[in-house]
Design a protein around this ligand. Structure first.
Ligand code: SF4
Length: 454
């Protein structure tokens, strides 16, 4: 994705300043890293270029999580070198500096994930900042790559878990939580700039504060601890939608679900479960009792009946038999999750799972993915149909090709879930909130008619 500063006026105004082109790849967490780097560069007086041609130097923030993401990252570096020539590489793939230098000896610098200082230093070396920094004040909420009305709030970096298919802890290190007052101050700045929905993320969001031993802090004269529950309670005072993503299934999630039931958080639980066969979960080094997981899902739904649960799964993990896969399908039938993503296992270089015996053939894994998604599509369609007739608040994201409004209710996260299409010719700006009645549903999306402004 190329960051484009669209206004021609802005490009005229900034043309004498050194300009950085920025290519941001990967997940929401990488996107937040890009925003931080861009914020810092803008604060130092750099302009952000709209194209390779206008850039004096290009930063490529890479993703190295899956093989396909690595290939995309290599392609992006090659393109930036061909189109511009002055390239600094950062992000997850930057942890493999030698490999990048082997393929692209002409890159100016390679820095790893979460190394903001090192990226900026490399840029200073090859493109010094303008003489008078702070020529233009950076907005207090920083530079953002998401639309104005929703924003990702990254509360921690790294992960203490060691799932055998994942190299995130190798790339990004152990859990490091941001201080609670810093997170809350950022949330307030985002809301002051127009954010209507804060999406709280980390590699392992539910572990927030563990590395700081849940340190006591004072915020706005209130005594708090550095815990997800305290953070959520404070965020809920700010009067916008608060959505949590990437919650590892720790026992303390029950308290988070209670906060959802109390209306403090959106009733949306994103718990990546990865599999349901105890044998495979054990090989993945994940919590391995799916019976208990089903019980917990029942308990969560009893605590908060209006709860949307999203999860992701991996099929084709080494050693996965037809019986393991059947257990996963049976779990999905029983759990009736609202939203499901499914990936085929990829032997990412450096992952412990690669040493496991009995790899699953690619066509078998692909077939399992297709079967899982077919089952989930049936469940999803049934669950969405059950919402017909309900009244929901919808946050407008934009409109579709036919001019209809497109938005999301409390039960849909941006970019990963379906949408609510509102059948109206009324034009509302992104970030507007309206009340709708759901009138129809398909496999992923809902259709609705407006009944008033929320
Ligand atoms: S919890 Fe997530 S980030 Fe941490 S090791 Fe497991 S898959 Fe990787």
């Amino acid at each position: 994705m190329t960051v484009v500063e669209s206004s021609a006026r802005r490009s005229r105004r900034t043309r004498r300043r050194p300009a950085i082109g920025f290519v941001s790849l990967g997940c929401a967490k990488a996107l937040v890293d890009s925003e931080r780097i861009l914020t810092r560069l803008r604060a130092e007086g750099y302009a952000i270029a709209a194209s390779y041609r206008e850039a004096d130097l290009v930063v490529v923030n890479t993703c190295g999580f899956l093989l396909s993401a690595r290939a995309e990252s290599f392609e992006a570096i090659g393109e930036a070198l061909a189109e511009n020539g002055k390239v600094v590489v950062t992000g997850c793939l930057g942890a493999e500096a030698e490999r990048i230098r082997e393929v692209f000896p002409q890159v100016l610098a390679v820095t790893g994930p979460h190394q903001y200082d090192a990226v900026v230093e490399a840029i200073h070396r090859h493109l010094p900042p303008p003489h008078a920094p702070y020529l233009e004040l950076v907005p207090p909420q920083g530079v953002r790559l998401t639309p104005r009305h929703y924003a990702y709030l990254k509360i921690a970096e790294g992960c203490d878990n060691r799932c055998s298919f994942c190299i995130i802890p190798k790339l990004r290190g152990d859990l490091v939580s941001r201080p609670l007052p810093e997170v809350l101050a950022e949330a307030e700045a985002l809301i002051a700039s127009g954010t209507k929905e804060l999406i709280v993320i980390a590699q392992d969001t539910a572990a927030y504060g563990r590395d700081l031993r849940y340190a006591p802090v004072v915020w706005r004269e209130r005594a708090l601890t550095t815990r997800l529950v305290d953070l959520c309670q404070e965020l809920s005072r700010l009067g916008v939608w608060i959505r949590l993503l990437y919650l590892y299934p720790y026992p303390q999630l029950d308290r988070i679900v209670e906060l959802m039931a109390e209306g403090n958080l959106l009733p949306y639980l994103d718990v990546p479960l990865q599999h349901a066969s105890p044998r495979i979960l054990k090989a993945m080094r994940r919590p391995a009792s799916m019976e208990r997981m089903l019980e917990r899902i029942r308990r969560w739904r009893a605590l908060c009946p209006d709860l949307a649960i999203r999860s992701t799964f991996i099929v084709g993990f080494p050693g996965e038999t037809e019986e393991d896969f059947a257990q996963l399908l049976a779990f999905l039938e029983e759990a009736r999750l609202d939203r499901v993503g499914c990936f085929v296992f990829e032997p990412v270089e450096g992952a412990a799972a690669n040493a496991l015996p009995d790899p699953v053939a690619e066509e078998v894994a692909e077939d399992r993915r297709a079967r899982l998604m077919a089952l989930q599509e049936r469940i999803s369609a049934e669950k969405l149909r059950a919402r017909i007739g309900r009244v929901e608040s919808v946050l407008i994201d934009g409109h579709d090709a036919q001019g209809r409004l497109v938005g999301r209710s409390r039960f849909e996260a941006p970019e990963v879930d379906g949408v609510v299409v509102v059948e109206t010719s009324e034009q509302l700006a992104p970030g507007s909130m309206i009340e709708v009645e759901i009138t129809a549903a398909d496999v992923h999306d809902l259709f609705a008619r407006p009944i008033g402004r929320a």
